[in-house]
Ligand binder design. Structure first.
Ligand code: DOR
Ligand code: ZN
Length: 349
């Protein structure tokens, strides 16, 4: 008999859903896998106000297929800019649907041009977030072109994050999609107000994947994949049982044509197989007993959300990922395209 696991239905604490027809294409994958998802605000026009976040939430709810309407709840976020006001933070908190505020250093990644140019501009707003218990979600990379791409996360921690944690001791902070042993060590030793999400792709691949017999744009994301020793540190953190680490896929769809080009976009699509990809890692690390805490408990506790009531069953059952998935009028190439995934998840009420 094949191996079977039952876990509380997981949540995705970092997800890109995009908008309109593109959202319509990718939303069913996440809504099938996850009970809730923290939805990133980096749309072409960034989601900078409560009004915009509520309208986006409504578009997501409308786009959910009927059979998934009761199964998925989008947890909205605001996009922090130099001009976000403390009043906007109060509105966001009071509306009850906004669960975090995202800091993109300006220029760090996709649609981050409107991001923060200097964190000092945001101190009053961060105070309001601290006072209203609204978490700060961080893309933790410096953008200084003089800094080597592979060092940007570590230098962000030293220059920006460490002082920020000291200045705002009650502010809950999620360092998103950590990629280095430095980040894992920082979060481990930081106060309990600091947590981190880890993606499936950073657990599965090191930077060699980007250059395997040629350039492989579908392994390009930001923060970029790092050395093997960093991947090993991430696996150790994720499978440790430490409540500061939890699931955030950073599943980030781009059209095949925008990836396979001279200047390809950053982002890896994993929503089609996210829970299964994490399960593979926990199995390889002999830590399947720690999977549920990482996928379904730690994040909810940190975000002060109730535990999901439904269950996901995971069967050790090989299946082949399609070469492409339709994405509005185009296609996207999912992670593991054409390859085997070794577990299959199904949800039961
Ligand atoms: O690889 C990434 N893609 N990293 C990000 O930070 C943004 C994301 C996207 O929106 O495509
Ligand atoms: Zn992201």
């Amino acid at each position: 008999m094949s191996q079977t696991l039952r876990i509380i239905r997981p949540d995705d604490f970092h997800l890109h859903l995009r908008d309109d027809a593109q959202m319509q294409s990718v939303l069913p994958f996440s809504a099938t896998q996850f009970a809730r998802a923290i939805v990133m605000p980096n749309l072409k026009t960034p989601v900078t106000t409560t009004t915009m976040a509520l309208a986006y939430r409504q578009r997501i709810l409308t786009a959910l297929p009927d059979k998934l309407k009761k199964d998925f709840e989008p947890l909205m976020t605001l996009y922090l800019t130099d001009n976000t006001t403390p009043d906007e933070i109060k509105h966001a908190k009071n509306c009850g649907f906004i669960h975090g505020v995202k800091l993109y250093p300006a220029g760090a990644t996709t649609h981050s041009d409107a991001g923060v140019t200097d964190i000092k501009h945001c101190y009053a707003t961060l105070e309001a977030m601290e006072a209203n218990s609204l978490p700060l979600l961080i893309h933790g990379e410096v953008t200084d072109p003089d800094i080597d791409l592979f060092d940007r996360e570590k230098i962000f921690i030293d220059r920006v994050l460490e002082p920020l944690v000291r200045r705002f001791p009650k502010l809950r902070i999620v360092l998103e999609h950590i990629t280095t042993e430095d980040a894992a060590a920082f979060v481990t030793s930081a106060p309990d107000t600091v947590a981190a999400t880890i993606t499936a792709h950073h657990l599965h691949y090191n930077r060699n994947a980007i250059f395997q017999n040629g350039i492989r744009p579908h392994y390009y994301c930001l923060p970029v994949l790092k050395r093997e020793r960093h991947r090993q540190a991430l696996i150790k953190a994720a499978t440790s049982g430490n409540a500061k680490f939890f699931l955030g896929t950073d599943s980030a769809p781009h059209t095949q044509s925008m990836k396979e080009t001279a200047c390809g976009c950053a982002g890896i699509f994993t929503a089609h197989a996210a829970v299964e990809l994490y399960t593979e890692i926990f199995e390889q690390a002999n830590a399947l007993d720690k999977l549920e805490a990482f996928t379904s408990i730690n994040g909810a506790v940190f975000y002060q959300l109730p535990r999901n009531k439904t269950v996901t069953t995971l069967r050790k059952e090989p299946w082949r990922v399609p070469e492409t998935i339709s994405y509005a009028s185009e296609t996207l190439v999912p992670l593991r395209a054409g390859e085997i995934v070794h577990w299959k998840a199904t949800s039961t009420p």
